[in-house]
Design a protein around this ligand. Structure first.
Ligand code: PHE
Length: 340
């Protein structure tokens, strides 16, 4: 009896030892210690043992079973340790590796131009002013010599807002930065010498138009500011912006309700893909006397010029970009190319 129990213990030990993972160990456990396992049947045999030997028989089997359980727990611990080690080594983190680093962002090309334009105009004495993108009808149109029903209003497809301001004026998304002329000049005295860059909105969308775009407005009002000042200021701005002294610039007669005379400013590069082509870059003109009056100033004393240039257009020409939509698609392959 003892001999065969020793045998069983040995067999169990061998079976546990050779188990390669917890599931084969569980199988071995079931074989020896399970409900229908070796020990269960040994206990069943107790009924065949004579009553005086029963106690002894039970004790011997119990102690053998304890041994097998102990062997099992030892093997189970070893196996768990091995599995843990394996997992640790396969999922190891090499703390000596350099980090992945943070992707540093960069300034958006439009903002680069925005800042460039500000620096240039600031260097020649222009202040920089800022205003709201939700404007009223007076500042955006009426004060700029485009009263309700004026055909020039339809040159700018407008996003109207279903609200009026506290003076009962229709609200809208400003279609240009020109309302800043009115805002600033109604509360400041000449000399007025400002630029005002910002976002503008029109119902327009294709490869050269976006419903949201950027303009920079310029305004210089004083006693003696004439069209020749506009020519001088804008020409030197363009040469500075494009870092190109060979730029050709022309002022082509045009129409804006708020300037008279009005001019479209065109420029031409001497080199590069656009070489020899006139490119439209800005609207401009001498501020209309009606508009000066709407500023609350006397056009007999004050005169000056204004211009409104597209920041997208300036940026596209500076970097040779042909599709304006690139600016708003957030494609890093595009944005990463513009770093200076
Ligand atoms: N506001 C005009 C536009 O958006 C541009 C402009 C500004 C023209 C100032 C003349 C003077 O088209």
């Amino acid at each position: 009896m003892n001999l065969s129990l020793d045998n069983i213990i040995k067999q169990a030990e061998d079976a546990f030892e050779s188990a390669k993972d917890s599931s084969s160990l569980d199988k071995a456990k079931a074989h020896f210690l399970g409900k229908n396992g070796v020990f269960a049947s040994l206990f069943k045999e107790i009924s065949t043992v004579s009553s005086e030997n029963r106690k002894n028989y039970g004790a011997i089997i119990n102690s053998a079973k304890k041994k097998v359980e102990f062997l099992l727990s030892q093997c189970r611990d070893r196996l768990l340790n091995k599995e843990l080690e394996l997992r640790l080594s396969s999922e190891a983190i090499d703390v000596t590796l350099p980090g992945r680093g943070f992707g540093t962002g960069s300034i958006h090309p439009i903002m680069r131009s925005w800042e460039r334009v500000e620096r240039i105009f600031h260097s020649i004495g222009f202040d920089i002013v800022d205003g709201p993108e939700i404007e009223n009808d007076w500042n955006n149109f009426t004060a700029l010599n485009s009263p309700l029903g004026h055909p020039a209003r339809s040159m700018q497809d407008t996003f109207y807002i279903d609200l009026k301001d506290k003076n009962n004026l229709q609200l809208l998304l400003r279609t240009h930065t020109s309302p800043m002329q009115v805002r600033h000049s109604s509360i400041n005295k000449p000399p007025i010498k400002i630029i005002s860059p910002g976002k503008t909105y029109r119902v327009d969308s294709d490869s050269t138009h976006s419903p949201m775009f950027h303009q920079v407005e310029g305004l210089w009002i004083d006693k003696n500011i004439s069209f020749s000042d506009l020519k001088g200021v804008y020409t030197s701005f363009l040469k500075c912006f494009f870092e190109d002294d060979d730029l050709k610039i022309r002022f082509r007669p045009s129409f804006f309700p708020f300037t008279e005379p009005s001019a479209e400013i065109d420029m031409m590069f001497n080199t590069g893909a656009n070489r020899g082509k006139w490119l439209e870059i800005s609207g401009s003109g001498q501020v209309h006397p009606n508009v000066i009056r709407n500023f609350g100033l006397d056009p007999e004393y004050y005169m000056g010029f204004a211009f409104g240039s597209g920041l997208e257009r300036l940026t596209m020409l500076r970097y040779g970009i042909s599709d304006l939509r690139c600016f708003y698609e957030n494609d890093l392959r595009f944005l990463r190319q513009i770093r200076y």
